[in-house]
Design a protein around this ligand. Sequence first.
Ligand code: SF4
Ligand code: SF4
Length: 377
Amino acid sequence: MRYRNIPKLGIKVSAFGLGCMRFPMKTTEDGKTEVDYPLAESIIHRAVDGGVNYLDTAFVYSNGQNEDVVGRALQGGYREKVYLATKLPTWQCEKTQDMYDLFEKQLKALRTDHIDFYLIHSLSADKWDKMKEIGVREFLDELKAKKLIRYACFSFHDSYEAFEHILNDYDWDMCQIQFNILDVNNQAGLKGLKLAGSKNIPVVIMEGLLGGKLASVPDTVQAVYDSYPEKRSAAEWAFRWLCNFDEVATVLSGVTDINMTEDNLRIFDRVYAGCMSDEELQIIDKAREEYQKRLKIGCTGCRYCMPCPQGVDIPGIFSIWNDSYKFNRPEEGKHRYASLSEANRASMCVGCGACQSVCPQNLSIPEKLREAETELS
Ligand code: SF4
Ligand code: SF4
């Protein structure tokens, strides 16, 4: 495992940050959906044994079960080996006390006496204003002074301008942004990464594979990658490109199984700042061009929009729609859509807009669902 220096904090973190958001789920005998704990535990233990020292979870992941799973799996000596990152759900904070109550629950679920990296989750300009009103800066100052958290941080989904404003509005120890080969000029983007670097604020990368979409590539993108003499997976190209940036502290990868964990351990063992040649960077430019021709909608599958009150399977529908374009298989897309329960199809959408207001990608969800319905049904 390669480690990356964070001079501001005087620590080293693994290039591979274990994203716990996409742990496998299973349905129990009584019909409940829950994290498959033995699998999640084996992923965490293998990653940490393989050198990963940064774990990322959040209050809301896995329908609220994720912190408990992570906390349980870190018992028996693993907690002491990692920097633990979790997030305060801004959309559940209406008043000052809510922040304290949520934090208390998080410590309990994680079975720890402190959080290393505590992030204000999914900030936008509006959410930052609201959080400031209820005293989030004083809250973070207090938790740091009491050593209940080590570092005050935020994760971000909004425009570059909002990012610049938030970054300058508090003494942050770290920020987490969406960044990948396709999002160079989207959200905080490359400009945001460089801005944080200029202020010596470490940057954690999320959505490095855009919810897995950059790992399973269209044939035209694969042809670009295959034109390079050394054969690498699309995931390795995407991670390699991210780690090439000096400003990047760690790259989160939301693993779903043990094979992906092993793959990542191998990939992140050979990537470092400045590892890419000009020729390799040109390969990425060409892959980006090909990719952009094929993607139908920029849904990352984060599921922040779920559950829809009408039962619409929003990320599931967008995934089918994207795949049918990405692999140029419209009939397969129609077949997959037809196999969705009628209760979960786009036609159930009543346009209430609840999903759109929480979508970090600012997607026009009801409108796009109508388009998807027309093409796939
Ligand atoms: S706009 Fe449609 S998809 Fe979104 S929450 Fe409302 S009913 Fe569900
Ligand atoms: S529609 Fe938006 S909120 Fe819903 S899964 Fe996709 S990116 Fe996430």
